[in-house]
Design a protein around this ligand. Structure first.
Ligand code: NDP
Length: 247
């Protein structure tokens, strides 16, 4: 019996750390061929080397998801190198939380550019290929913050609510092309995501909380593998998961 992962060509954005990195490692272990994108090329290269040393197949493409051309090059590397693109994990994201009164307008813009436009760029890059293949799977990392708003999360939650709406709209429109769509909405996961919070009080509260209840990034990797491994006529549309201890 096949797990429906082995041999698949999977593109992951935000693969240089955290959940994207964990997903790359996990899916490579199940026989997928990985094409990994993020800005930190040296981190990607180290991961590619690690996967190769374990007998897996991966390549990396330095990618800034705010640039459509970069994301197209990432997906082209999959199609040129491995002949197709079966899955895109649209995962790159940032979370510089802050209260509105701090007026960190540049951070608001960056979140919109990475979290929303980055996801749209992924869709734009894979859709022509998946249409002509008449198959594909777009997995997008949202958040429990795509369902709720908490202090200092107004803009971040806004980007994740938007991503949820975009992915549901996309799901409804790509039925004829046999494309599956999955939104993965994690709660608190221990990654590097908090490192970029510039508001010290917000950083401290979140660090304490995630330090107490956060779960490992492997949790995300298993959810992605679960969605991919379903038979092709089964489309897992959304998984919300969080630490058992999280409200
Ligand atoms: P990390 O900070 O560990 O990983 C974020 C990844 O996104 C990195 O690989 C980073 O790579 C990449 N990235 C950031 N900006 C860009 C960019 N402009 N272009 C390309 N890649 C970029 O955090 P997580 O693993 O936690 O985050 C992954 C996703 O999970 C995000 O979408 C986040 O919003 C979401 N999420 C996380 C939760 C958590 O508790 N950790 C909870 C819910 C959702 P590089 O810097 O090398 O470009």
């Amino acid at each position: 019996m096949t797990d429906n992962i082995s041999g698949k060509v999977i593109v992951i954005t935000g693969a240089s750390s955290g959940m994207g990195e964990a997903a790359a490692r996990h899916l490579a272990g199940k026989g997928a061929k990985l094409v990994l994108g993020a800005r930190r090329a040296e981190r990607l290269d180290a991961l590619v080397a690690e996967i190769a040393a374990s007998g897996g197949e991966a390549r990396s493409v330095p990618t800034d998801v705010t640039r459509l051309e970069d994301v197209k090059s990432l997906v082209d590397a999959a199609v040129d190198g491995f002949g197709k693109v079966d899955v895109l994990i649209n995962n790159a994201g940032i979370m510089p939380l802050s209260p509105f009164e701090s007026l960190k307008v540049d951070e608001w813009s960056n979140m919109i550019d990475v979290n929303i436009k980055g996801v749209l760029h992924g869709i734009a890059a894979v859709l022509p290929h998946m249409k002509s293949q008449k198959s594909g799977h777009v997995i997008t990392t949202a958040s429990v913050a795509a369902h709720l708003i908490f202090p200092a999360s107004g803009v971040y939650s806004g980007t994740k609510f938007a991503v949820r709406a975009i992915c549901e709209g996309f799901r409804q429109e790509v039925k004829d092309y046999n494309i599956r769509t999955t939104l993965l909405s994690p709660g608190a996961v221990k990654t590097e995501l908090l490192d970029h919070i510039t508001d010290e009080a917000v950083q401290s509260v979140n660090r304490d909380y995630v330090g107490q209840v956060g779960i490992p990034a492997d949790s995300f990797a298993r959810m992605a593998a679960f969605a991919i491994s379903q038979p092709e006529d089964v489309d897992v549309n959304e998984i919300i998961f969080r630490p058992t201890a999280q409200q």
